[in-house]
Unconditional design. Structure first.
Length: 424
C-alpha cells in the first residue's frame, strides 16, 4: 500500500483535479490511500468566515460563504457532465451546515470554533476528488478522517492518540483498501473522543499522510508538489536552486525544523520509526524522480541548503534587579512566552540578558512587553531576517551575509545561523 498526499495547489482548479486523475492512472494496480488538502485558498476563506462568526458580522459571514460556495459549484460544473451527480447535493449539505452555524452561539473557545469551521475545507475537496475519480472509472471510495485520526482537545494543534488511531485505521482502512484499491480521505483533521473536529496545525496534511502510513505499515509516502522535489533553497528568493536527490530522515527533520517549507516538521518522525521512505515529487512531471527521504545519510552533505525567515523581531530581556540569567529566570521567561503564544526561532543568553527571535507576524508584541515589564527591561529590533545555512563554508557565509549587519551569530559543525538587518 502507498500513501499519496496532494496539497491545495495540486487541486486548485478543474485542470489540476484532472491532472490528479492522470497521475492516479499511472498506478492502475496499486493500493493507494490519497490524503487531500483543501482546494486552493479555501482554508483562508474559511478562516475569514470564522472571524466573521466570532465578531457576529453576518454580512461578511454570508458574503464569504457565498463566494466560497460559488467557487466550488463552478468547479463542479467544469468537472461533471450533469447536475444529477450526487456530488452537488453533498456540497450543498456542507454549505447549508456552514450557513446555519451563524444561528448558534459562539462558544468563546476560539480554537474549538476555528477547528469546526476550517476543517470543512478538506471535506469539500475530498468529496469532489472522490466523485470525479469514481465518474472516471476509478474504484474510489471516500473515507472520513474524523473516524480515523483520534486526538486530544488541544484544538488547532491537536495531539494524536496513537493507540486509538492505530486501532481505528487498521479496522477501517486495511479491509476497504483491499476491496477498492483507491481510498480518498482528508489531511489536516482529526476528532476528539466526543466527536469534535480538530486540526493538526497549518499545513498538517503532510503529517496526516505520515500518520496513515505509520498505522498501515505503508510501503511509502509520496507528497506531490509544484516543485521538482525538495530544493536546497526557496526558489521565490534564490536563483539556481538545486534539487536534493536523496537525503536522510535526520537531514529532512533538521531542514523542516529550521523552516524549510516543503515538509511539515512533524511528518518525518512516524516514517523514520518504521523506515518508510518519503518521496517528494512534482505533480507537473510525475514520472521524474523527485527527492527520496530515507535512512541513508551518505548524501546529506553534498549540497548546502539555505533557509531565510523574513519579518523577524529580536527581543532582549534584562532583569531589572541585574540578577544573572540562570535556570530560575529562564523558567519564568519560557512560561511567560508560552502564555503569550510566542514560538522561538532562535535564542541566546549572556550573564545579564536573554535574547529570542520571533516571527513578527505571528505574535502580539504589546502582550509580550506588558507581560514582562515588571521584572525585565526589554529592547527589541524589528524588520530582521534569520539566515540558516546547512553544510556551510566561509565562502557561502560571506556571500549570504554580504550587505548585512550581523546582530546574532550561532554555529555548530553542520549549521550556521545569522540574525541580520540590511546595512543603511
Amino acid at each position: 500500500m502507498k500513501v499519496f498526499k496532494f496539497g491545495g495547489a495540486s487541486v486548485k482548479d478543474a485542470s489540476a483535479i484532472r491532472n490528479v486523475s492522470k497521475i492516479m492512472s499511472l498506478f492502475p494496480d496499486e493500493e493507494i490511500l490519497v490524503v487531500l488538502s483543501a482546494i486552493g485558498k479555501t482554508t483562508n476563506k474559511l478562516e475569514k468566515i470564522h472571524q466573521a462568526y466570532q465578531s457576529m458580522d453576518k454580512l461578511t459571514f454570508l458574503k464569504t460563504i457565498a463566494e466560497l460556495e460559488k467557487f466550488h459549484i463552478d468547479l463542479l460544473n467544469e468537472l461533471f457532465k450533469t447536475h444529477s451527480n450526487p456530488i452537488y447535493n453533498k456540497i450543498e449539505v456542507v454549505f447549508d451546515h456552514l450557513k446555519a452555524k451563524f444561528n448558534l452561539p459562539y462558544s468563546q473557545n476560539f480554537s474549538l470554533e476555528y477547528d469546526q469551521l476550517v476543517s470543512l475545507g478538506e471535506v469539500l475537496s475530498s468529496y469532489i476528488l472522490s466523485a470525479y475519480l469514481s465518474e472516471n472509472d476509478f474504484s474510489a471510495m471516500w473515507i472520513d478522517a474524523l473516524e480515523l485520526i483520534q486526538t486530544d482537545n488541544n484544538f488547532q494543534e491537536a495531539n494524536v492518540d496513537w493507540k486509538k488511531t492505530e486501532i481505528a485505521i487498521s479496522k477501517k482502512i486495511l479491509p476497504k483498501i483491499k476491496e477498492n484499491k483507491l481510498l480518498i480521505t482528508q489531511g489536516f483533521i482529526g476528532a476528539t473522543a466526543d466527536g469534535k473536529s480538530t486540526t493538526l496545525g497549518r499545513e498538517g496534511s503532510d503529517y496526516s499522510a505520515a500518520i496513515f502510513a505509520y498505522c498501515c505499515n505503508a510501503e511509502s509516502v509520496t507528497i506531490w508538489k509544484d516543485v521538482p522535489g525538495m530544493l536546497n533553497a526557496d526558489p521565490k528568493y534564490f536563483e539556481n536552486t538545486k534539487k536534493l536527490d536523496k537525503i536522510s530522515y535526520k537531514e529532512a527533520l533538521e531542514l523542516s525544523y529550521y523552516g524549510a517549507s516543503v515538509i511539515h516538521p512533524k511528518t518525518i518522525k512516524p516514517l523514520q520509526n518504521k523506515g518508510i521512505p518519503l518521496y517528494v515529487k512534482s505533480f507537473l512531471e510525475p514520472l521524474n524522480e523527485g527527492t527520496t527521504i530515507h535512512a541513508n545519510k551518505e548524501n546529506d552533505k553534498l549540497i548546502a541548503s539555505f533557509i531565510v525567515k523574513h519579518n523577524q523581531v529580536l527581543f532582549s530581556f534584562t532583569p531589572n534587579d541585574f540578577s544573572f540569567i540562570v535556570e530560575e529566570n529562564l523558567s519564568t521567561l519560557f512560561k511567560g512566552l508560552s502564555a503569550c503564544s510566542a514560538k522561538i526561532n532562535l535564542m541566546q543568553n549572556s550573564a545579564l540578558s536573554f535574547s529570542i527571535l520571533l516571527d513578527e507576524l505571528k505574535i502580539n508584541k504589546e502582550k509580550i512587553l506588558d507581560y514582562f515589564k515588571k521584572e525585565y527591561t526589554i529592547k527589541y529590533n524589528e524588520g530582521l531576517e534569520l539566515i540558516t545555512i546547512r553544510h556551510y563554508d566561509e565562502q557561502i557565509i560571506s556571500k549570504m551575509t554580504k550587505g548585512k549587519v550581523i546582530l546574532v551569530e550561532q554555529k555548530t559543525r553542520e549549521t550556521a545561523r545569522f540574525v541580520v538587518k540590511n546595512k543603511l
